[in-house]
Design a protein around this ligand. Structure first.
Ligand code: SAH
Ligand code: SF4
Length: 399
């Protein structure tokens, strides 16, 4: 059994809740307008107008839409919302990394859920690390997100909402002006890149991730080039070709081990889709070329997967795949037995891979002071909750 908990799949709005226009495709938007009685001949133009307000201007209420008639605005207010997720906390790290804890309302039978989104400013670019699910059903042994019990898919609205919140908070819309001290990267955008590397397995929420990323890549809206969007998967092999054909974004694979025996342990999904099958899917990834390489992520775990023999085997396995290798120093979390490899070990590993012709950057841990680094997401909020529970228990005990 790989899945530890069933996904709470019902994400329909509760009765009486107005649907949000954020996250709808252009066709859905046009259909929604027809649905409230806008004449068919107008819907395309109106949908384009709304799209512009939502994704170029970052409008958060209908009142701002000055080129939409007052009557139509009133109709829109009666039927739809443009809501953003609620920001529970916003933290800024010493190194400029920002982390938002966001709360989404309950859907179907579920209760409100929280996820984290992280913004990493770098020289010449700014990367937003977006979540695709609340928690994750796959229990990779070194990942904190995988220990979370509650799992539900995020909707397109909630995935796009993370990008919009980041742009709101960073002032990343033309004309609104960036916050002081935040340098705009060469693209002129603060959020210049999006990586689906937050909480969750994006290929287990394919339809919603696809809808959201197609909105992010739409040239008349958020307008991120597909080459600046990366989807990271732990290896859901049957969905990899669809990711390439239907979304067309860059692919990252969480490899982490070069032998099935070890990968079975670190990434249990490997028991279903072993390394050979995973790499065959990578070799066949649509659009793969030297200019569009696959990133292989490799977490450095002391004494587990960090030997030079592992590095040599990695090079052998990837032969012929246009690839770069991202070495991630392990980020510890409360309760884990793993340790991060020593720095010299990581450098030796990187050198060997590099000499074989692969770019092998070592990912500098960012935002460690606010627990925003890879695999640490959610730990802070869970810790807070434990603290709240302890306070409550202390109170009950005192009664
Ligand atoms: N579920 C997807 C995407 C999210 S994880 C996937 O697994 O690819 C983003 C990356 O962080 C993955 O490569 C993951 O393996 C890695 N990661 C998870 N926990 C980590 C930790 N504690 N330290 C460093 N990297 C970690
Ligand atoms: Fe899920 Fe990715 Fe963490 Fe594995 S590494 S438990 S797939 S979020």
């Amino acid at each position: 059994m790989l899945e530890k908990t069933p996904i709470i799949g019902d994400v329909t709005p509760r009765p009486g809740e107005l649907p949000s226009l954020v996250g709808m495709s252009r066709d859905q938007l046009a259909a929604a307008l027809t649905g409230i009685g806008i004449p068919e001949r107008q819907t395309r133009m109106r949908a384009a107008q709304l799209w512009h307000w939502l994704y170029i201007r970052g409008a958060t209420d209908f009142e701002a839409m000055t080129n939409v008639s007052k009557d139509l605005r009133a109709e829109l207010v009666r039927h739809f919302v443009l809501s953003r997720p609620e920001i529970v906390t916003e933290q800024v790290s010493d190194d400029g990394t920002r982390k938002w804890l966001l709360r989404f309302p309950s859907r179907g039978a579920g209760r409100p859920v929280e996820i984290e989104t992280v913004y990493i400013p770098e020289e010449g670019r700014g990367t937003l690390c977006v979540s695709s699910q609340v928690g994750c059903t796959l229990s990779c042994s070194f990942c904190h997100t995988g220990t979370q019990k509650l799992v539900r898919n995020l909707t397109p609205e909630e995935i796009v909402g993370q990008i919009l919140i980041a742009r709101d908070r960073l002032g990343d819309y033309p004309g609104k002006g960036a916050e002081e001290g935040t340098a705009a990267p060469s693209t002129g955008r603060l959020v210049s890149n999006v990586v689906m590397m937050g909480m969750g397995e994006p290929l287990y929420n394919f339809d919603h991730v696809k809808s959201a990323l197609l909105i992010a890549a739409d040239g008349d809206g958020i307008g991120l080039s597909r080459r600046r969007i990366t989807l990271s998967t732990s290896g859901v092999v049957p969905m990899i070709p669809r990711a390439g054909e239907e979304i067309g974004v860059m692919l990252a694979i969480s490899l982490h081990a070069v032998r099935d025996e070890l990968r079975d342990e670190l990434v249990p999904l490997n028991r279903k889709y072993p390394i050979a099958e995973l790499l065959a899917a990578c070799r066949a990834y649509p659009g793969l070329s030297n200019a569009r390489r696959i990133t292989f992520e490799y977490v450095m775990l002391k004494g587990i997967n960090d030997s030079l023999a592992d590095a040599r085997e990695l090079v052998r396995l990837l032969a012929g795949i246009p690839a770069k290798i991202n070495l991630i120093p392990f980020n510890p979390w409360p309760g884990t037995d793993y340790e991060c490899s020593d720095w010299e070990e990581i450098e030796r590993f990187a050198d060997l891979v590099n000499r074989a012709g692969y770019a092998s950057p070592i990912r500098t841990p960012r935002g460690r002071d606010i627990l925003a680094a890879c695999g640490q997401l959610k730990s802070e909020s869970e810790r807070l909750r434990i603290r709240e529970r302890m306070a409550l228990e202390a109170m009950i005990g005192a009664d």
